[in-house]
Structures are given as structure tokens and as C-alpha cells.
Design a protein around this ligand. Structure first.
Ligand SMILES: O=c1[nH]c(=O)c2ncn([C@@H]3O[C@H](COP(=O)(O)OP(=O)(O)OP(=O)(O)O)[C@@H](O)[C@H]3O)c2[nH]1
Ligand SMILES: [Mg+2]
Length: 198
């Protein structure tokens, strides 16, 4: 089976990439699957593109193979776009905690009414191929932030994100349903030609 390396240490992302690439009969191997001790890539960029490129290019150089990286996050209008590129580490501290991040967002939006809770997920994919220019693709998923956590599926902010035209949270959707509307899917479908040519 063909393989593609995904430069992520996020379990939720790794699972979704495996599901997407299975459709193309490609095994998506994440950093969690590799035996090698791979150093953490510091996300020092100021944009999703820069951080996606940092992850893809550093791991591609290290392994000398094409690598796909995903930098993603949640953009909330009432918070001037926060948590944005800081989505994974919004509540601060070294340990990334989805639960603490969600609590912080809900607290910040406490007095904000339903119609002003609009938000979107963004996913920027970078594909680094040694010796070639890095390719970028961006996908979005529009929605709003609920008032409480709901559902057990997905990861990150899914329990408080209600996709547009839905009443359920992203975490209440099945993996297949999420994968049919998510920001990650909307980025990946733009890569279809590249994936099929592999
Ligand atoms: O509810 C969610 N559903 C999603 O589908 C989703 N996609 C991204 N996010 C949030 O945005 C951060 C990415 O930050 P990020 O791109 O730096 O990834 P990460 O640090 O978790 O892993 P890595 O890929 O960098 O190794 C994540 O941790 C999450 O908090 C999501 N939340
Ligand atoms: Mg990260």
C-alpha cells in the first residue's frame, strides 16, 4: 500500500487523515506511528501557512520524503478571531488541554448572544516535497459556538462547535458526517489531483 507521512502529533487529526486517505488506498502515517524519535517542530510562525510550512518542511527534510502538514484552528468573530493560530494552546501552559481551551472560550463568550457567536474552523495544508516548492491548500467550515459542551466524537473544540445548518455539535456527528463537511475535508479535496497522481 502507498504511504504518505503526515507531520502531526495530534491523535484526532491523525485519525481523520487515515480515514480520508483510506478512500484513495493510501496509508496515512503520522508522527505517532513512526518509531523514530522526531523532534518537536516549534510553531513560531504568525500565520497558519507559516506554521504548516514549518511542520511539513522540517519533517520532509528530516525523513527525505514528501510530507503533509496541517495547521488548523478556530476563528471566533466575537473574540476578534481568537483563538486562531493559538487554538491548540489557548488556555496556556505547556500541556495542551482541549477541556481547558473549551472552558476558556465559553467563559469569554458568556455574555455574547446566539446571533453573535459565529465562528469558523480553518485548515491549512502544506505539502513539502524535498527539492520542490511547498504547496498550500486551505479549507473552512462555517458555524457558531454553542453554550455548553455536547457530544463525544471528534477532538478539540468539536463539542462546542455547531456547523452551519446543523443543530448538533460537531462532536455529536458521526466521523463520516464530520469528514463530509469539515475544514480538513474542504482542504483535502483540493489535493485530489495530486493524491491520485501519486
Ligand atoms: O474541534 C476541533 N475540530 C477540528 O477538526 C480541529 N482542527 C483543529 N482544531 C483545533 O486547532 C488546534 C490545531 O492546532 P495545530 O494545527 O497546531 O495542531 P496540534 O498542535 O494539535 O497538532 P500538530 O498537527 O501541530 O502536531 C487543535 O489542537 C484544536 O484545538 C480543531 N478543533
Ligand atoms: Mg501544533
Amino acid at each position: 500500500m502507498k504511504q504518505i507521512v503526515i507531520a502531526t502529533g495530534n491523535k484526532g487529526k491523525a485519525k481523520e487523515f487515515k480515514e480520508f486517505f483510506a478512500d484513495y488506498k493510501i496509508d496515512a502515517v503520522s508522527l505517532l506511528d513512526l518509531d523514530k524519535n522526531i523532534p518537536d517542530v516549534e510553531e513560531t510562525g504568525t500565520t497558519f501557512e507559516q506554521n504548516a510550512a514549518l511542520k511539513a518542511e522540517q519533517i520532509a527534510a528530516l525523513l527525505d520524503t514528501p510530507v503533509l502538514a496541517d495547521d488548523s484552528g478556530l476563528i471566533i468573530d466575537a473574540l476578534d478571531g481568537r483563538p486562531g493560530i493559538f487554538s491548540a494552546r489557548y488556555a496556556g501552559g505547556e500541556s495542551k488541554s482541549d477541556k481547558k481551551n473549551i472552558e476558556k472560550v465559553l467563559a469569554e463568550l458568556k455574555t455574547i448572544p446566539k446571533e453573535k457567536r459565529t465562528a469558523r474552523f480553518i485548515c491549512v495544508l502544506a505539502i513539502a516535497i524535498p527539492g520542490k516548492e511547498t504547496i498550500f491548500k486551505t479549507g473552512y467550515c462555517e458555524g457558531s459556538i454553542g453554550f455548553e459542551e455536547k457530544g463525544e466524537n471528534g477532538f478539540g473544540y468539536d463539542p462546542i462547535f455547531i456547523p452551519e445548518d446543523y443543530t448538533k455539535s460537531m462532536a455529536e456527528l458521526s466521523p463520516n458526517e464530520k469528514n463530509s463537511i469539515s475544514h480538513r475535508r474542504n482542504a483535502i479535496i483540493q489535493l485530489e489531483k495530486w493524491i491520485k497522481a501519486r
